[in-house]
Design a protein around this ligand. Structure first.
Ligand code: GUN
Ligand code: ZN
Length: 443
């Protein structure tokens, strides 16, 4: 088969390391060329130095007044909750009962699951997100619908069937054995197929019996490179409930540790109210935290201690999550703006380089996919998002005054949203272009 070659020209920026741990991690190229072959980046640098490597006959896609970034990475989101995003007035446990569980019950209907999966991909690709770590529902069909849609775009996605065998409506419960069997079948069908990865997904300790948590641990031991996602220490009532349900455990995190669920490729949602000892456990085990600022504000859950989590003495891997439908946007740009405000409310300052690291390379490191995604670099998957510096009159006016890449990035994370996304590329193919006539999505 012929090699698929692409050439993209424009201003570009990419992180090369963790700016919480060292200086000089931002690579900025004012006039860059990105060469792509068969979905992978083969060259990235100054246009003037690389232009003679553009193969004959390959057109150059040029983006003016733009900034090309690696595709953004959402480390925590619930696609079935799109239909109840923006539900009023409750904190976590009442919010789950009143809004979340009724919405997830509808995923017994396969056509509904397929409809919502389609909408989800439309929304995230339009927001510049190219990889996400995703909760489906307890229904295996919700996972099938999700991965089938992901495979159409060839996006690198991490997702799994929710495991829950207590404390929810009967229609949302499996059993330890059934959850294990259904997860195994989905792993065999989807894990490692193209760019799809399976994620074992016990919802959170209150909705899983000890037997179910242990079954999740068995799945993790029986397969290579599986991911695991769950929720941890999001809300004080939730934490008190876990203490009642698991009185013998040293902490909420210890509930998961004792079932073998905490290790590399574990993604813990929220982790707002975490002890120093728990941070040390995360560091030592290699587990990652998904920081979800819009959700934490919306549900009144609390303010994540980002700088404590990333303390250079025992840094914990941290990515950024939208956590829709408790989160209020699928835009990681907007989410970055909110993470700045959470840091500010804690008396700290989240600079734009660190922020964009969270949404790109930091997310990739949290998922141990830093050799494939999160950077614009030779050998990496060609997942890109292109921001339009004049997407709105105000943005154009403000970015026109920026005198450094750091200032530009800060303006983009503070004012940016889905309108700012000019185009999105997945594995070397343009999948979204906001100036395309009719439907901006390219199937
Ligand atoms: N804890 C358990 N389930 C959920 C959920 O769906 N959303 C959030 N934000 N927290 C949870
Ligand atoms: Zn969540």
């Amino acid at each position: 088969a012929p090699v698929r070659m692409r050439a993209i020209r424009g201003q570009a920026a990419s992180l090369t390391g963790n700016p919480f741990l060292s200086e000089g991690c931002l690579q900025h190229v004012a006039d860059a060329l990105i060469l792509i072959e068969d979905g992978h980046i083969t060259a990235f640098g100054d246009f003037s130095e690389l232009s003679d490597r553009i193969p004959a006959g390959v057109p150059v896609t040029t983006y003016e007044n733009a900034l090309i970034l690696p595709g953004l990475i959402d480390t925590h989101v619930h696609y079935p909750q799109l239909q109840m995003i923006a539900s009023y007035g409750e904190q976590l446990l009442a919010w789950l009962e009143k809004y979340t569980f009724p919405a997830e019950l509808q995923f017994a209907d396969q056509a509904h699951a397929e409809r919502v999966a389609r909408l989800f991909f439309r929304e995230i690709l339009g927001a510049g997100t190219t990889t996400a770590v995703v909760y489906c529902t307890v229904h295996p069909g919700s996972v099938e619908a999700f991965f089938a849609e992901s495979a159409r775009f060839n996006t690198r996605m991490i997702a799994g069937k929710v495991l829950m065998d207590r404390n929810a409506p009967a229609g949302l419960l499996d059993t330890a054995q059934r959850g294990y069997d259904e997860s195994r079948a989905l792993i065999e069908r989807w894990h490692g197929r193209g760019r799809q990865h399976y994620c074992v997904t016990p919802r959170f300790a209150p909705s899983c019996t000890q037997g179910q948590l242990d079954a999740a641990g068995a799945l993790m031991r029986e397969h290579d490179d599986l991911f695991l996602q769950t929720h941890l220490c999001e809300n004080t009532d939730e934490i008190a409930w876990v203490r009642e349900l698991f009185p013998d455990r040293a902490s909420y995190l210890d509930v998961y540790v004792q079932s073998g669920l905490v290790g590399p490729r574990t993604v813990l949602g929220h982790a707002i109210h975490l002890s120093e000892e728990d941070f040390c456990t995360c560091h030592a085990s290699g587990a990652a935290i998904a920081h979800c600022p819009t959700s934490n504000g919306f549900l009144g859950s609390g303010l994540f201690r980002l700088f404590d989590a990333l303390d250079p003495r025992r840094p914990v891997r941290v990515g950024l999550g939208t956590d829709v439908g408790a989160g209020t946007t699928l835009s990681l740009l907007k989410t970055l703006g909110e993470s700045y405000k959470v840091a500010a409310l804690r008396g700290t300052k989240l600079d734009a380089v660190r922020a964009f690291w969270l949404a790109t390379l930091g997310g990739a490191e949290a998922l141990r996919l830093e050799d494939r995604i999160g950077r614009i670099a030779p050998g990496h998957d060609a997942d890109l998002c292109v921001l339009d510096l004049a997407a709105t009159p105000l943005l154009g006016f403000r970015t026109g005054t920026c005198s450094s890449i750091e200032e530009l990035l800060f303006v983009l994370m503070t004012l940016g949203d889905h309108r700012t996304v000019r185009a999105t590329w997945v594995a070397g193919e343009p999948v979204y272009d906001n100036r395309r006539a009719g439907d901006p999505l390219v199937y």
